[in-house]
Design a protein around this ligand. Structure first.
Ligand code: 5GP
Ligand code: ZN
Length: 157
């Protein structure tokens, strides 16, 4: 048994070994209320098969997970009468991921609250056109070639 299967908090929740407020379950995913809700109805959708980040999952499994996210999200919106939904999924410490088992946050949002946009989390960074061209070229080159390089960023920000 790997550490992920044995010691992981969300694996234990998916197996029912740790109690949770379950809202949905099928053969592959488990959805439950976040213990520290950012708004009422804040729901987490997780794959039952352990993976720390989506880059550890196959593309088909990520697709299947997000199909179920869409399904559960409709229920969250209807069940909370939310005006909108933020769907957030963090990968790695730098992105703010605390629990190292893939989880998609579905957070009901209301017109009466603020700040409502991504700018509430990360401010806009002005970048020169040539910088954007360099970043786009680097990403384009890396897409589809199986490269998952890590290390120092080549870009100043
Ligand atoms: P992250 O910051 O990793 O994207 O989000 C982890 C989320 O898991 C947090 O929103 C946190 O409140 C939630 N969480 C952590 N431990 C538990 C738990 O034992 N039960 C439930 N239901 N949620 C948890
Ligand atoms: Zn796990």
């Amino acid at each position: 048994m790997t550490e992920g299967e044995g010691g992981c908090l969300f694996c234990k929740i998916a197996r029912g070994e740790i109690p949770s407020k379950k809202v949905y379950e099928d053969a592959n995913v488990f959805a439950f209320l976040d213990i520290n809700p950012r708004n009422p109805g804040h729901t987490l959708v997780i794959p039952k098969k352990h993976a720390a980040t989506i880059l550890e999952m196959g593309e088909k499994d990520v697709g299947a997970l997000y199909e179920r996210v869409r399904y559960v999200a409709a229920g969250v919106q209807a069940g909370t009468k939310a005006d909108g939904l933020s769907i957030v999924q963090s990968n790695g410490k730098a992105a703010g991921q605390v629990v190292t088992h893939v989880h998609v946050h579905i957070i009901p949002r209301y017109l009466s609250e603020g700040p409502v946009s991504l700018e509430g989390v990360l401010g806009v960074k002005k970048m020169a056109d040539e910088t954007l061209d360099g970043i786009a070229a680097s990403i384009k080159k890396s897409i589809g070639n199986g490269s998952e390089e890590t290390g120092e960023s080549d870009f100043d920000f």
